[in-house]
Design a protein around this ligand. Structure first.
Ligand code: NDP
Length: 560
């Protein structure tokens, strides 16, 4: 079978992937520190103030100089998107599908350079970095495929049983207008490209606002779209602080819909602020998680341990889908904990571009400080560190934000950190008497994003039926709670983890970017099946069949 990169297959990549990635890192390192504009109406736009984008791998490395856009730039981008909307929305859907597919193929062609940039800017290890880029291409291609399989969402509906008339009813899904895409730092490519691809193929124009920590890689994404040939103004890209430029975008009355992926607090605020217009606009929110992995006494403990470690510490625990809580049935608790420790102790922390590295740095100084503070809090509360608990120091570690993969045991279940999304490589492990108790704890949080289970086949149905989460896995060593892929595991959350109830990369996603218009068209029956050739003038002399219908209709209505 040919190799297909997904988050489930990335653990055994072919050698070419490593070679391609290594060469790209060398190329990229020759060329760091360039200035990049925003892209508004197809042009590079520069702000007065700049933001220096430094690598969390080594903060001496300036990766790029980005623009500190203002509220004024937000308005310009929205105006450009608004101007471009009429023509883009009327562009035949087949043409939109073609351009979105072209963008996806450009992304794939550039996967190594983009993956290398991702590793340097986000701190993801090489396979996670390449995965984010490939996922983006696949998300965009999937939205294009859905548009195509549904024939542009133009669908004939039932025919009214009219007498004397020939009526047709058609359901058409049509774009909303200007769509705002606000993305987080941790999957900057996929969580910009997934929503943007769906919005664009549906016929909306977009304004993209990336996280400030990952503005460079999203600029490289915007360049892929630019090079695919979207007309000017269809794709706009602005950079700057969420609190000023981001807020101006959210507050604009000229935005018609938005997709926000990020933290619960910022997302809920956006939801409320976005309601300040004279009618309701669509808001797709993809928010945080506090994802449980439940381990039954019947579990395969080797699979459970492998899957849990991968999901707890992949991308340094900074995944919305990270396994941040582990609930283990008493009889297998000690055995599982032993295995978790054995695997974690072998993990390599370091430069994420290196082939052997498992964990790179966390994203910034603030997350690094949080890591230290949470560990202090855990310590005070009586939690024990099965692994980790410290930042790494000395040598290259002093240049970046390196944290140890940390499993915590014995933290009382009523401690706030069993509920709070830390978004770091810290996972709490708890011992439970039985599976019902595990399920009660698993569901007792505000979130409902992903969840994992390890147990007997008979128990898996019980798990799927009761767990409150949008993405669920059973007996998966490739990742207990992480590793969803478009077309395989569409991704989205319940409860405080998401607002649309439909998962990205799935069957019902692209429809969220369109509203339905029903088109009822009535023609006189003479223009229908029986006398289609007669034309308007000859309606006065209908053929035999239509004359009968007209007479019957006249009797019914009392007219002659
Ligand atoms: P944040 O909520 O801090 O930021 C997300 C985005 O919102 C950034 O682009 C940020 O810009 C912007 N922003 C901040 N304030 C405003 C504002 N007032 N108006 C408009 N935009 C604003 O999240 P993180 O980037 O730290 O990402 C981590 C979070 O994302 C976690 O909670 C994680 O669980 C969640 N997430 C959810 C996913 C899902 O699919 N459910 C997937 C991935 C992550 P700036 O950086 O400039 O502040």
């Amino acid at each position: 079978m040919a190799f297909k990169l997904t988050y489930a297959t990335m653990f055994n990549p072919p050698e070419e992937l490593h070679k391609g990635f290594d060469a790209a890192v060398l190329r990229l390192k020759q060329n760091l520190g360039k200035e990049y504009g925003m892209i508004i109406n197809g042009k590079d736009v520069f702000a007065e103030e700049k933001l220096e984008d430094r690598s969390p791998v080594n903060t001496d490395w300036v990766l790029a100089r980005m623009q500190k856009g203002t509220a004024n730039h937000a308005q310009q981008a929205i105006a450009a998107a608004r101007n471009a909307f009429p023509a883009w929305s009327r562009t035949p859907w087949q043409q939109r599908v073609r351009i979105v597919r072209k963008a996806a193929s450009i992304i794939e062609q550039r996967i190594f350079d983009l993956g290398a940039a991702m590793a340097l800017e986000v701190g993801k290890n090489r396979m996670e970095s390449l995965g984010d880029v490939q996922e983006t291409a696949d998300l965009m291609a999937y939205s294009a495929l859905m548009m195509e399989q549904n024939k542009g969402f133009i669908k004939p509906m039932g025919k009214d049983p009219l007498v004397g008339y020939d009526g047709t009813n058609t359901s058409v899904l049509r774009p909303y207008g200007v769509w705002l895409v606000v993305s987080p730092f941790n999957f900057p490519f996929a969580l910009t490209g997934g929503p943007a691809g769906a919005a664009l193929v549906a016929g909306n124009t977009v304004v993209i606002k990336p996280a400030t920590d990952t503005a460079w890689i999203v600029r490289l994404y915007a360049e892929c779209l630019r090079d695919a040939g979207f007309p000017d103004g269809v794709v706009n890209f602005v950079t700057g602080p969420g609190s000023s430029l981001g807020q101006a975008l959210v507050d604009s009355k000229d935005v018609d819909g938005t997709t926000f992926t990020g933290s619960f607090d910022v997302g809920m605020r956006l939801f409320r602020d976005f309601a300040q217009r004279n009618y309701v606009r669509p808001v797709i929110l993809e928010l945080g998680g506090k994802n449980p992995a439940i381990v039954s006494r019947h579990a395969n403990l080797a699979d459970a341990a492998t899957g849990i470690v991968r999901s707890a510490f992949g991308l340094q625990g900074q995944k919305c889908s990270a396994a941040s809580r582990v609930l283990v049935e008493e009889p297998v608790y000690d055995a599982l904990v032993g295995r978790l420790k054995d695997i974690t102790d072998k993990m390599v922390i370091g430069d994420p571009t290196e082939r052997t590295t498992n964990l790179g740095p966390v994203i910034n100084q603030s997350s690094y400080n949080d890591f230290k503070n949470f560990n202090e809090e855990i310590n005070q509360a009586g939690g024990r560190f099965l692994t980790g608990g410290h930042v790494r120091t000395g040598g290259m570690y002093d240049k970046g934000f390196y944290c140890e993969p940390t499993f915590v045991t014995d933290l009382p279940f009523d401690h706030r950190l069993w509920q709070y999304e830390m978004f770091l490589p810290i996972t709490t492990i708890g011992r439970v008497k039985n599976l019902d108790k595990a399920m009660e704890i698993a569901n007792s949080v505000n979130y409902g994003l992903t969840a994992g289970f390890y147990g007997s086949l008979a128990e898996t149905e019980w798990f799927f039926d009761r767990i409150e989460a949008g993405v669920t896995y059973a007996n998966r060593p490739q990742g207990a709670t992480t590793g969803a892929w478009p077309g395989f595991q569409p991704f989205g959350g319940w409860k405080g983890s998401g607002a649309s109830g439909k998962n990205g990369g799935g069957l019902y996603y692209v429809q969220l970017y369109m509203h339905e218009q029903i088109r009822t068209l009535i023609k006189p029956a003479a223009l229908g099946k029986t006398a289609r050739k007669a034309g308007p003038k000859r309606r006065a002399a209908p053929g035999k069949t239509s004359r009968k219908i007209v007479k019957k209709a006249a009797r019914k209505t009392g007219r002659r």
